[in-house]
Design a binder for this molecule. Sequence first.
Ligand code: UTP
Length: 290
Amino acid sequence: MTSVRKAVFPAAGLGTRFLPATKAQPKEMLVLVDKPVIQYGVEEAAASGFDTIILVTGRGKNAIEDHFDISIELESFLEARGKTEQLAEIRKISRLINFAYVRQGEPLGLGHAVLVARDLVGQEPFAVVLGDDVIDADPPALRQLVSVFERVQGPVLAVERVPEEHVSSYGVVAVAESLGGGVYRVGDLVEKPKREEAPSNLAIIGRYILTPDVFPALAATRADRTGEIQLTNGLRQLLQQRPIYACEIEGVRHDTGNKLGFLKATVYFALRRPDLSEAFKDYLRSALER
Ligand code: UTP
């Protein structure tokens, strides 16, 4: 077990960029090769030593709860048919880690989604995982962040250098001090800056280790122009009271929350699957020639 046990997965957003696929299905359940996107993040948390996942859900998200629940009927069916491989896979999913659920009544922003997990988190450090960002890394991204947290004893945000033309899609950090090895003390945070106003190209990606003092900071954060409480703005409040750190993750990140990113992730993971890669490569070559 690690010094950080609980991971909050905000999953109450509406997924409008994926309509119509997300009209009656949560975007977290869209499938990359043969696993729903959210399962990649859950497996990362389990592999990083976490023991509890707090899922922040909303209307229309029941499929996520069912996916991680034990399905006695399905297990007995597979057992009776001698389908041992599938049975092992299904059992693994529901016994990976403990799940707790809390509803965000209205999608009032990522900061608000984190705030509704307050009682379930309690007075201990915790992670926030945005399942859209699927990260292939060894050690896993969350484990990398926890190692930095254990050293600096303060909130740690995962960051990635992005091309300047993309900074306006992210929260961006200004560096106060470089601590070496891709770890920085944060000087300021700006949510979705214009390209010419961005303090750096270090973009905050979907993994955070936070401390419980972020909750009062979020509660004191006003909604922005769009009516949402942004996590970045809450962290900015917190920065007035304590140092915050950022860490560049070593690994490959895919933003599956947009269509192109989703397609790239599908190709990336399919090419890494021993049972699919050869046939899939052949297909891609022929498709490109056509
Ligand atoms: P996004 O803005 O990327 O996701 O929020 P979205 O709102 O679901 O999708 P689009 O933009 O309409 O396509 C980042 C993360 O925060 C969660 C989302 O579920 C996603 O995991 N979120 C966002 C909440 O849980 N509640 C909110 O009010 C907003």
